[in-house]
Design a protein around this ligand. Structure first.
Ligand code: CP
Length: 311
């Protein structure tokens, strides 16, 4: 594997899921693979899980890790041919090449603006680093994708499923802030590769990019959609068609114990309690959000392992 910016960079997803479950049993078995190799992680935005699980994964493989919160560095320019006489101090052309001399792998987190659809979907930051860096790039959540989270989610479903083809429902939930589509997009892409019964439920107006959802069933009636589900994956996202807008704060879409039925509840975290998911769900044994977050380490580790093996 030469990069991990999208789930389709994985050559064999079912095999990768099984390999990760094996790796998890003995996470230190490849601790010499990353010896004298360095992971540089660049954060344009906040993180708890991605930052620490990826660092832990790299250290399990014996790598050195350097982390830069980009707000503490020079303001980067991404446009070509710009007269840089305003707020940006360094062009990504130099920054990416310089970082490639310090790093064997570069991982980047860069959220969308949710204001300019065209700019966000063009993935300027991620693509610029892919273009100018000479080392593999990992997407730690970009404008449109969160592939480390999606691999984590697939591993978690594989571990917790009790039937061969579980029913998995991605359910929109309310949130006071406009949130990106990245987690939902990558989750949909990942679920569509698995042999499962997958559907989406959200209020009208919250349709995701149709190039991603394709023929995935969408049910605008949440209660009906969740009936007999094995896994309910809860996530808020802002409107994609009315880009970045909050169209509804309808509290009736919060996931409750009653609507969950006998299903397991998943969420990428962080989660706003009693807004997105009620306490009675998160504090119950049906919530698997904590073991799900634990799997972030092993998803990152299998990705780093595949990249290190190809350096
Ligand atoms: N799920 C996730 O990406 O968490 P962080 O934003 O804390 O990294």
């Amino acid at each position: 594997m030469k990069k991990y910016t999208d789930i389709y960079d994985l050559e064999n997803i079912p095999r990768t899921i099984q390999d990760t479950i094996q790796l998890k049993k003995n996470p230190h078995q490849y601790e010499s693979l990353g010896k004298q190799k360095t992971l540089v992680m660049l954060f344009f935005n906040s993180s708890l899980r991605t930052r620490l699980s990826t660092e832990k994964a790299a250290k399990n493989l014996g790598m050195n890790v350097m982390i830069l919160n980009i707000n503490n560095a020079w303001n980067l320019e991404f446009e070509d041919g710009t007269l840089m006489n305003l707020t940006t101090s360094e062009h990504v052309k130099e920054a990416a090449q310089v970082l490639s001399q310090y790093a064997d792998i570069i991982a980047i987190r860069a959220f969308p603006s949710l204001k300019d659809k065209q700019k966000d979907t063009s993935e300027t930051i991620l693509k610029s680093f892919e273009k100018y860096a000479s080392v593999p790039i990992i997407n730690m959540e970009s404008s449109t994708a969160h592939p480390l989270q999606a691999l984590t989610d697939a591993i978690t479903i594989e571990e917790f499923k009790t039937t061969a083809q579980p029913k998995v429902v991605l359910s929109w939930a309310p949130h006071p802030k406009a949130l990106p589509h990245a987690v939902a997009n990558s989750f949909v892409k990942m679920m569509r590769t698995l042999n499962i019964d997958f559907s989406i439920t959200h209020p009208k107006g919250y349709e995701l990019d149709s190039e991603i959802t394709q023929d995935t069933p969408i049910n605008y009636n949440q209660k009906e959609a969740l009936e007999n589900a094995d896994f309910v994956y809860v996530k808020n996202w802002s409107s994609y068609t009315d880009y970045g807008k909050i169209l509804s704060q309808n509290t009736a879409w919060m996931l409750t114990k009653e609507k969950l039925g006998a299903a397991k509840c998943m969420h990428c975290l962080p989660v706003r309690r009693n807004v997105v998911i009620e306490d009675a769900v998160l504090d119950s044994t049906q919530s698997i959000v904590i073991p799900q977050a634990n799997n972030r380490t092993y998803a990152a580790q299998i990705v780093l392992k595949k990249l290190l093996e190809n350096l």
